[in-house]
Design a protein around this ligand. Structure first.
Ligand SMILES: NC(=O)c1ccc[n+]([C@@H]2O[C@H](COP(=O)([O-])OP(=O)(O)OC[C@H]3O[C@@H](n4cnc5c(N)ncnc54)[C@H](O)[C@@H]3O)[C@@H](O)[C@H]2O)c1
Length: 231
């Protein structure tokens, strides 16, 4: 039971974040769902429509945390974007947009909320298996590698009070991955030993596990159906 427990989940309007939020609500958390999208209105979350790359957006989240009843136990930094391009073609705004959302917002929101998280609480950051390097995803791979470094450094700084971990999903069935052209996505699935894409609830299960795993900090759990193995 998670009576009086608050979780903040970013990117909660759809995809992995939406499923994480739903699973947390089902286990008794009150979920502050943060997203730039107005689709939050359709959820069971306490909604904060905010762009996490802006000071106003960050202010809106911390104000909600300050005023809501209960204690902040969990921050899930899940919001993320892609602007795929090979290095030679990448425009400056594609480079900075991905770093600002995927890495900058994780750093800024964690810094803002770290003192609000109760002793024994934790942060879970959404990295990606792409941090190992994905062709055509230079900016994205770089941002997710940054998330791994941030997770490990922040785990040291916040221990022993608050744990910080990351999840590195492989290909998960959401609107983001369905944006990949069918032929390319088909080849990606062929390279997955488990023979299928992952489901958002398989990532949500890992968030729930990490939230309760009191002796795991600074770790990255790869949830990729074996994609990182060599055959
Ligand atoms: N789907 C995959 O295959 C996959 C694989 C590895 C990692 N991931 C990571 O998992 C996370 C969720 O991915 P998803 O597939 O659910 O993506 P998604 O595009 O379906 O959802 C992302 C959500 O983040 C929100 N968002 C984007 N920019 C924002 C901002 N500036 N402020 C607030 N909210 C913002 C979007 O509105 C959207 O609702 C991302 O960090 C992504 O990089 C996804």
């Amino acid at each position: 039971m998670s009576e009086g427990r608050i979780a903040v989940v970013t990117g909660a309007a759809r995809g992995i974040g939406r499923t994480i939020g739903d699973c947390l609500v089902a286990t008794g958390y009150t979920v502050i769902g943060v997203d730039v999208s107005d689709q939050l209105a359709e959820t069971d979350f306490d909604p904060v429509q905010a762009d996490l790359t802006t000071d106003g957006g960050l202010d809106a989240v911390s104000e909600r945390v300050d005023t809501i009843d209960g204690n902040l136990h969990l921050l899930v930094n899940n919001a993320g974007i892609t602007r795929d391009a090979r290095l030679v073609n990448m425009a400056r705004d594609e480079f900075t947009a991905v770093l600002e959302v995927n890495l900058g917002a994780v750093f800024r929101l964690s810094t803002r909320l770290r003192d609000d998280i109760v002793t024994g609480g934790s942060i879970v950051n959404m990295a990606s298996r792409a941090y190992l390097g994905n062709f055509g995803q230079f900016n994205y791979s770089m941002s997710k590698g940054g998330v791994v470094g941030l997770t490990r450094a922040m785990a040291l700084e916040l221990a022993p009070r608050v744990r910080v971990n990351a999840i590195a999903p492989g290909l998960i069935a959401t609107e983001m991955s369905m944006g990949i052209p069918d032929d390319i996505r088909g080849k990606m699935v062929d390279a997955i030993p488990m023979g299928r894409m992952g489901e958002p609830d398989e990532i949500a299960d890992t968030v729930l596990f990490l939230a309760g795993a009191g002796y795991i900090t600074g770790h990255v759990i790869v949830v990729d159906g074996g994609r990182s193995l060599s055959r």
